[in-house]
Design a protein around this ligand. Structure first.
Ligand SMILES: Nc1ncnc2c1ncn2[C@@H]1O[C@H](COP(=O)(O)OP(=O)(O)OP(=O)(O)O)[C@@H](O)[C@H]1O
Length: 874
């Protein structure tokens, strides 16, 4: 018979069952221990020793551990590596366990200290300063697919912000890409759940529950005052709150009343577009080289988080964009105000996150100090702004949210020391003069400490031992210590000293006088700690009661920081205020790519500005020219200018007139995406297909060498068809870069398409790239010249030249690979000309009246159709 697991293992296994797939941190004294698979995973991620302890089922139990005092750092690394952690603490002392054992009639040697999971630490539910990145929001998102809609509930529990929205299943990827959540949860029966979604019980995602939970949370009789929430939104909210409750073991963190995000309020961008435009992350990963890194001049973490959100979710509402632009303009026009304001903001602590910790019950005296300092800085900002004339509406609104905390600031200022500690166990954070009783207790212990110092001097004198010392440690408390050779004197029965301990070179004693003073210190210290603790609770209560107003102040500070930072950036780069309107145009003069320009400037090189003018009559630009000529840069710079304008920022151009887009698409031909397990060409086509099915007349599309990932013929044919479809069907604004000269023939049949190229020149036999855009098709491709620039060896170049000559001769003889394409009917006509194939399945589907079917009948029909599909397969 296999050995029974030890009581400790039984307890561990029961907790592990509760922890599920989260790693279990099992508290044992000063360590959190991990066992079995958890230990293997954690030791790998943390690079700590994997040992073993005892046996289970005949095998050694793998084990590793981390010290409790350093747990935060280890947790941070585990969370970063994608793990979730359940913290099992001891929930009674060994003494309490013994008393319990006695009550339960168990031998006290057998009893185990009770442990319980007190919290799940997951990427989306962090509040600790050490675990959060100051300049990045940390979102948890719950997704609830309900019939043909999908609800999304997003919250940042470090600041309490919560948003609900609904989208179509097709738009889910784009919505998730925009949110960039640290953690996503969804119902466990969701068949098409995106990769990485954490499955939670379906019954946690009920819209009725969501509504009730939100009402109770915010003490409301109805949610109508907050906005319009659909069933899928409420279902997602239910899932979100349930998950937070699970992670906090019943404790809910700080949540502000939810905001409903209307669909269509934002410029939609899918994940591929975001990646290709490198908005928050550069292609190689990391912030360096991304748009945000080049834009971010915020002086506060909260401002940087707000800016990242603005750039991830540009607006599609003209008034809202104008409001932001007016705020930027205000700071742009007033350099002094901007500099003063930024100097004040730089001092302001992150009150949003401090508030998050305090409301979640994980706050410290330091957080209270941050609230005090942040709110008083907010008052200074308010004074600076309210003095400035013609304050734009958005800034006036923000300024209004900065004040109103005078009583709280005053109370915190009186109560707290200037720099309160992060630990409250040792006390010392309540200022003297705030509580007389506390002052008296502190004085008592101060007096006693002085009395002890006096005793030391007295005992030295009396015993004639100058090396006598009064010391303190955790085990003995206060004691008198003399070197061993002087010990005998104090050992004498009438010496007034009682022996406590003999060490190798010293002897330790107690005395009545010392005992009395030490007791005074202990007693007064205990009372003082209790008094400070009570004040802490009271102050936290006061802050928590004002949480919504404090959160509004934090949000206002962040918005002001963003506006001033954008103004700073605009001045730095000589950017212009864009004119934003509804018509589908994009007219930019002197446009630049902010990131490339900055990189060139660092190398001491100049960026060549280029114009772009797209409108209903000239909406598709086909751009050719040599490799490295600047095609991709031109495409992206225009997409970024549109994105920045719709985010409410100035743009890197001399002038910009931007017709707002509903969607922005950016695609690069055959980018490597092996990590996702698809061939590069497949990725290119999947992404192109998405554009063709989703873009509208109001969209803006950039396509960079689409088609290059396959053979010349296939690639060119696809590129040709895509250009035609964009021109004829989508009718959206589009910049299309290509190396296929043959496509220039499309200009003959597509009237809103024009040809452009990036210029190059030969000078003394060398190729000079001018990075300048010009009208007309490129004269030739310069591929070999670029290869020479890149250092391809002469013999290879020579051979390539010979092959090229041969190919070109062939082309001249046959009219080239695009010969005969001129006779091809246009895309739309071509498609319509195709006879629809007869298809009995399609006809039967067409004849179905779905509304008249019961669910059972519908299912039967589905089986029939499926069977038929199987039998008609060729
Ligand atoms: N307007 C510009 N002014 C100055 N330098 C530029 C400009 N545009 C591009 N460059 C420089 O040229 C490099 C290549 O640009 P880009 O990748 O846009 O060329 P491309 O034509 O798309 O090349 P390929 O066809 O090989 O993809 C950039 O990294 C940048 O250093």
């Amino acid at each position: 018979m296999a050995d029974q697991p030890t009581p400790m293992m039984q307890q561990y296994l029961a907790l592990k069952r509760e922890a599920g797939d989260a790693l279990l941190f099992y508290r044992m004294g000063d360590f959190f221990e991990l066992f079995f698979e958890d230990a293997k995973i954690a030791s790998g991620v943390l690079d700590i020793a994997l040992t073993s302890r005892g046996e289970h089922g005949g095998d050694k139990i793998p084990m590793c551990g981390v010290p409790v005092h350093a747990a935060e750092g280890y947790l941070a690394r585990l969370i970063k590596a994608g793990c979730r952690v359940a913290i099992a603490e001891q929930v009674e002392t060994p003494e309490e366990a013994k008393v319990r054992a006695k009550r339960e009639g168990l031998p006290s040697s057998k009893v185990l200290v009770a442990r319980d999971i007190v919290r799940f630490v997951t990427a989306g539910t962090l509040t600790e300063e050490a675990l959060l990145e100051p300049r990045r929001a940390n979102l948890l998102v719950a997704v609830a697919p309900v019939r043909d809609g999908v609800g999304l509930a997003a919250c940042d529990i470090s600041t309490g912000r919560m948003e609900l929205e609904e989208c179509t299943p097709a738009a889910l990827d784009a919505a998730l890409a925009r949110l960039g959540a640290s953690e996503v949860v969804g119902p466990d029966d969701w068949e098409y759940a995106p990769h990485g979604v954490i499955a939670r019980p379906r019954n946690a995602f009920r819209s009725d529950d969501g509504e009730t939970r939100l009402k109770t949370l915010h003490g409301l009789a109805t949610l109508d005052g907050l906005g319009t929430f659909t069933r899928p939104m409420l279902a997602a909210a239910a899932g979100l709150v349930a998950y937070l409750e699970h992670a906090g073991r019943g404790n809910l963190p700080f949540l502000l009343p939810p905001v409903a995000r209307g669909s269509g309020a934002h410029l939609a961008m899918d994940a591929a577009t975001r990646a290709s435009l490198e908005i928050l992350e550069a292609q190689g990963g990391g912030r360096a080289g991304s748009l945000i890194a080049c834009m971010d001049r915020c002086v506060t973490g909260a401002g940087a988080r707000q800016l990242a959100e603005d750039l991830s979710a540009p607006l599609a509402d003209r008034d809202a964009i104008e409001a932001r632009l007016a705020a930027v303009h205000h700071f742009h026009a007033d350099p002094l105000l901007r500099a003063d304001l930024r100097a004040v903001l730089r001092q302001a602590p992150d009150i949003g996150r401090a508030l998050g910790r305090l409301v979640a019950g994980r706050g410290s005296p330091r957080d209270l100090g941050q609230i005090r300092d942040g709110l008083s800085e907010a008052r200074r900002v308010r004074d600076m702004l309210s003095g400035s004339p013609d304050l734009p509406e958005l800034l006036a609104e923000m300024t209004g949210a900065l004040g109103g905390h005078a009583a709280l600031v005053d109370h915190l200022s009186r109560a707290l020391v200037p720099s309160p500690p992060t630990e409250r166990q040792q006390g010392g954070f309540i200022a003297s003069g705030y509580d007389h009783a506390l002052d008296a207790l502190r004085e008592t212990s101060g007096n006693a400490r002085r009395a002890i110092a006096a005793l030391e001097a007295k005992y030295r004198d009396e015993t004639g031992t100058p090396s006598l010392k009064i010391k303190h440690n955790k085990v003995l408390g206060y004691f008198i210590e003399v070197p061993a050779k002087h010990g005998d004197k104090l050992m004498a029965a009438d010496s007034g000293f009682t022996h406590r301990q003999t060490m190798a070179g010293a002897v330790r004693f107690n005395s009545l006088g010392l005992h009395e003073e030490a007791s005074r210190i202990a007693e007064a210290g205990g009372h003082a700690l209790a008094a400070e603790e009570a004040h802490f609770e009271e102050l936290v209560g006061e802050v928590v009661a004002a949480r919504e107003a404090i959160a509004a102040t934090a949000a206002a500070l962040a918005r002001i920081d963003v506006s001033a930072a954008l103004a700073e950036r605009a001045v730095e780069g000589d950017w212009c205020r864009p004119e934003v309107f509804d018509e589908p145009r994009l007219e930019v003069t002197g446009g630049r790519h902010p990131v490339v320009e900055q990189a060139l400037a660092r190398a001491g090189e100049r960026f060549i500005a280029n114009d772009c003018a797209l409108g209903p009559d000239d909406r598709l630009w086909l751009i050719g020219g040599p490799n490295m000529g600047g095609k991709s840069t031109f495409l992206r710079q225009n997409a970024l200018i549109l994105l920045l304008a719709q985010s409410g920022s100035y743009v890197p151009a001399s002038t910009a007139r931007i017709g707002m887009a509903d969607r922005l698409f950016s695609r690069v031909g055959a980018s490597d995406n092996l990590a996702r397990g698809r061939s590069t060409f497949m990725v290119e086509m999947v992404e192109t297909a998405a554009i063709l099915s989703q873009a509208t007349e109001r969209s803006f599309v950039i396509l960079d060498e689409v088609g290059r990932g396959t053979s010349t013929y296939d690639g060119m044919a696809l590129a040709w068809a895509v250009v035609e479809a964009v021109h004829e069907q989508l009718r959206c604004r589009c910049l299309f870069a290509t190396h296929y000269h043959e496509l220039s023939r499309l200009a003959e049949s597509c009237d809103a398409l024009s040809l452009h190229h990036v210029r190059a020149r030969e000078w003394k036999g060398d190729l000079v790239l001018l990075h300048e855009l010009a009208v007309g098709a490129a004269d030739r491709s310069y591929g070999l010249d670029v290869a020479r620039l890149a250092g391809v060896p002469q013999p290879v170049l020579k051979r390539a030249k010979a092959v090229l000559d041969k190919l070109e001769k062939g082309r001249a003889a046959t009219g080239g690979i695009a010969a005969g394409l001129g006779d091809l009917p246009l895309f739309a006509a071509g498609v319509q000309a195709e006879e629809p194939r007869r298809d009995s399945l399609r006809e039967r589907l067409d004849g179905l009246d779905i509304d008249s079917l019961t669910p059972r009948e519908a299912l039967d029909k589905l089986y029939e159709l499926k069977a038929e599909a199987g039998s008609t397969k060729p």
